[in-house]
Design a protein around this ligand. Sequence first.
Ligand code: AMP
Ligand code: ZN
Ligand code: FE
Ligand code: FE
Length: 289
Amino acid sequence: MIDLHIHSNYSDGTLSPSEIIKKAERLSLKAVAITDHDTASGLNEAFNAVKNKKVVFIPGIELSVAHKPGELHILGLGIKKWENAPILEKISLSRKKRNSSIVKIMNENGLNITFKDLENQTKGTIGRPHFAAWLKSRGIAGDINEAFSSYLTWGKPFYIPRETITLTEAIDFIHSCGGKAIIAHPLNIPVNFTVLLEKIERWLAAGIDGIEAVHSGARRNLTKRLISYGEKKGVLITGGSDFHGVNKPGIKMGKTKELGEIGDEYLPEYFLRKSVSISSPKSQDPQLT
Ligand code: AMP
Ligand code: ZN
Ligand code: FE
Ligand code: FE
């Protein structure tokens, strides 16, 4: 069993990177990737935690890129040397601007939310899920879904758009870090399967290396069709749960809802070879190997 899509408390997950590694060991996972939203700052903690452990750790990130309809997320798997990357600074700035506007508009509407309330929820990226959790904790929304559907999605009172990076910027950054760019949960994109394949075709032409065909939320039959498509194209096919700890209680590490355990075949050989050098005990700084 493997899991190449996990969120820690450096974005909107609840477990720390060390706790994720511990849990992965307990579940006897062969490999895990931590893929926090728009940040790599939890990866060094995971590298420290994985020393002398059997589980293979693959450093990752999940980037949001501009797309309509819905959102397009790109996983960068097997990245290294991400420190001080200008693009991550740029994303962080655009989030800060957007988040300040949301705080302002919420306060103008009589809600007493502070930045501290948000910072207390994460060690890294602050996103709308943290605003949603705040609205839930104050009883303004009954649950996270309602917080989004009534307040935080497009057209709702606390929705503020954010400047996002382009697909090409995401791919270039991931490649410059030596990683592979994978379309995250393509089946979440709200278009029919034929249109989705046309889109994927274009994304592959733009430099995407693979697709996360196996994902906790995906339907079984569409997953199978996506795997066949990926095999035909000869691209990387990965699997990840999108585990967020208790923030998304229905999602279990290493598992999908309809297909059960995520098999080792959804860990491309490429990452296994690479991670051996990444987590080599000889290396002092895992980022520099
Ligand atoms: P942000 O990148 O800060 O704009 O937040 C986007 C994140 O919010 C996505 O990655 C999702 O995890 C989450 N999200 C978006 N829409 C919803 C929704 N309707 N219900 C729950 N979570 C959502
Ligand atoms: Zn998330
Ligand atoms: Fe995502
Ligand atoms: Fe995710």
